[in-house]
Design a protein around this ligand. Structure first.
Ligand SMILES: [Zn+2]
Length: 165
C-alpha cells in the first residue's frame, strides 16, 4: 500500500508574495515515484511538479496529515481553497468509519477542497483551540476562518452537504 502524502514542518521561510509573513515549508511525497518534494505552503495554489519524475504533485487527491500546531495555522491561513479538517484519534471507532469517506471527498474534490487530518492525541492544543469536544469533528475553513463544522460519522455526501463544500 502506498504511503499517504504527508506534509510536515521543515523550517520557516520568507516569501515575498505573502508580504514577508513567515511561512512553513511542507514536504509532499510524489505518488508516482515516492520522492519527497519541499514546497512553501503558499505554493499549494500553484501547480508544482515532482522534481524527479515531473508528475503533478497537485491537486492533492488525498488527505494530508498535519504534523504540528504551527503548520496547522499556516495551512489554514495560506490554503488557496477551502480546507476541510478532520479532528480524529486512533482509538475512535467512528473516526475509522469516516476516514474512507474523507478519502473519497479528497479524491472527488481534488483542486477544490484540501482535506487535512489532525490527530487530537498528538495535537491536543489545536483541538483545544477549536473547542473540539467529540470526534470525529470536521471543520471547514475558508480564507483562514471557520465557516462550518459537523460532528459524527456520516457518508461523504452528507459531509459535503452539511459543510457546504
Ligand atoms: Zn515523482
Amino acid at each position: 500500500m502506498k504511503r499517504a502524502i504527508v506534509t510536515r514542518n521543515v523550517r520557516p521561510s520568507l516569501d515575498a508574495r505573502a508580504g514577508g509573513h513567515r511561512l512553513v515549508d511542507v514536504i509532499v511525497q510524489c505518488l508516482a515515484c515516492a520522492r519527497d518534494n519541499r514546497l512553501p505552503a503558499a505554493r499549494m495554489g500553484d501547480k508544482p511538479r515532482c522534481a524527479a519524475c515531473k508528475a503533478a504533485l497537485f491537486p492533492l487527491a488525498r488527505p494530508v496529515s498535519v504534523a504540528n500546531s504551527n503548520e496547522f495555522e499556516e495551512l489554514v491561513r495560506n490554503s488557496p481553497s477551502p480546507i476541510l479538517v478532520d479532528f480524529w484519534a486512533s482509538w475512535c471507532g467512528p473516526c475509522k468509519t469516516v476516514a474512507p469517506e474523507l478519502e473519497k471527498l479528497a479524491r472527488e474534490r481534488a483542486g477544490k477542497v484540501i482535506v487535512a487530518k489532525v490527530d487530537t492525541e498528538s495535537l491536543p492544543e489545536v483541538a483545544g483551540r477549536y473547542g473540539i469536544r467529540s470526534i470525529p469533528t470536521m471543520i471547514v475553513f475558508r480564507d483562514g476562518r471557520e465557516s462550518a463544522r459537523v460532528s459524527g460519522a456520516m457518508p461523504a455526501s452528507h459531509i459535503a452537504e452539511r459543510l457546504a463544500i
